[in-house]
Design a binder for this molecule. Structure first.
Ligand code: GDP
Ligand code: FO1
Length: 307
């Protein structure tokens, strides 16, 4: 069994590749929920949904989020009523948020809801939120403290970020099965997700970092940064704001206390020596995943690095 730590869009590419290269029933995916928020009175868990929809074969691969061929009639009507329309919730996607919100109100845990949704959608891999408790990524900017979705979607990541924090993390517990899965895993894979807003929230849940440090099984990460820039989104800026060097070496350093191996891009091969000096084995390979073939190839590269 392999454990995968992931956020949404970047992570989903590798998760999809892995699910095609091994038996998906052998995958336990621990997913970030720091981006979760409430809109229109609904509980939205973007990263859980991106991973679930991708593995169910109904994700919109082009956008990287939502359901393919979804329509936006409800959003248009919400706008007429004066509701917020900056976060594009599709009609089919809304059904997921309505169902999740109803079950949460009935007292069902987020991890149980996530499991029910993935089973209904025919997903064979196990998907677990990092915690059933509310942990919220908050960004301190010149415009004040805002949530991740306000920063990322509403304000198009234009604000300068001074600080990133995970409200509620200290009091949170890992969701049932997370620590046990990491302890039993043959290997742990850290996806090329945003180190600051997708992986750091998972590591901030008490106990998770400790079991990663303790495991004897290999832990391998894939860099989301190539030549000091994220392949999409603001990871490079957020890394600098969080005090990390925005590079594959900075990613390795952020995880060095539990990481055995990192896969970096050929353009970054000059960083290999510096990263290996941190005690992290470095594999140089193409890590861009534009096509399905790329996703499978990178997944095979990850699996080969475990041998
Ligand atoms: P989010 O939750 O939607 O932000 O998604 P993630 O955090 O999982 O992924 C965002 C990260 O994925 C960004 O930092 C990108 O640099 C990275 N990313 C996107 N596409 C690729 C790719 O094809 N290869 C690699 N190595 N990283 C990628
Ligand atoms: N990202 C956007 O850039 N714009 C959107 O309107 C948007 C809507 C959306 C709806 C449902 C969902 O599950 C994800 C959505 N995302 C959207 C993506 C989301 O903001 C990010 O992928 C993650 O939260 C980053 O981790």
């Amino acid at each position: 069994m392999l454990v995968v730590l992931t956020g949404g869009t970047g992570g989903a590419k590798l998760v999809q590749g892995l699910s095609l290269e091994i038996n998906p029933e052998d995958l336990v995916i621990v997913c970030n929920t720091g981006d979760d928020f409430v809109l229109h009175g609904l509980q939205i868990s973007p990263d859980l949904d991106t991973i679930t929809y991708t593995l169910a074969g109904i994700g919109d691969a082009e956008r990287g989020w939502g359901i393919k061929d979804d329509t936006f009639a409800a959003l248009e009507m919400l706008g007429r009523y004066g509701g917020e329309t900056w976060f594009k919730l599709g009609d089919r996607d809304l059904a997921t948020h309505i169902t999740r919100s109803r079950l949460l109100r009935e007292g069902v845990s987020l991890s149980e809801i996530t499991d029910r949704i993935r089973r209904v959608l025919g997903v064979k891999a196990t998907i677990i939120p990092m915690s059933d408790d509310r942990v919220e990524t908050r960004l301190v900017t010149a415009a004040g403290e805002i949530s991740f979705q306000e920063y990322f979607v509403k304000r198009h990541w234009k604000d300068e970020v001074k600080e990133v924090s995970f409200a509620g993390a200290e009091r949170s517990q890992p969701a049932p099965g997370v620590l046990d899965a990491i302890r039993r895993a043959e290997a742990v894979i850290v996806c090329p997700s945003n180190p600051v807003t997708s992986i750091a929230p998972i590591l901030a849940v008490p106990g998770i970092r400790k079991v990663l440090q303790a495991t004897q099984s290999p832990v391998v990460a894939i860099s989301p940064i190539v030549q000091r820039l994220a392949l999409s989104g603001p990871a490079h800026r957020l890394m600098a704001a969080a005090g990390h060097e925005a590079s594959a070496a900075g990613v390795a350093k952020a995880y060095a206390d539990f990481l055995d191996t990192i896969i970096i891009a050929p353009e970054d091969k000059d960083l290999k020596e510096r990263i290996e000096a941190m005690g992290v084995e470095t594999v140089v390979s193409s890590i861009r995943m534009d096509s399905l073939d790329d996703k499978r190839r990178v997944a095979r590269e990850v699996l080969a690095s475990l041998k």
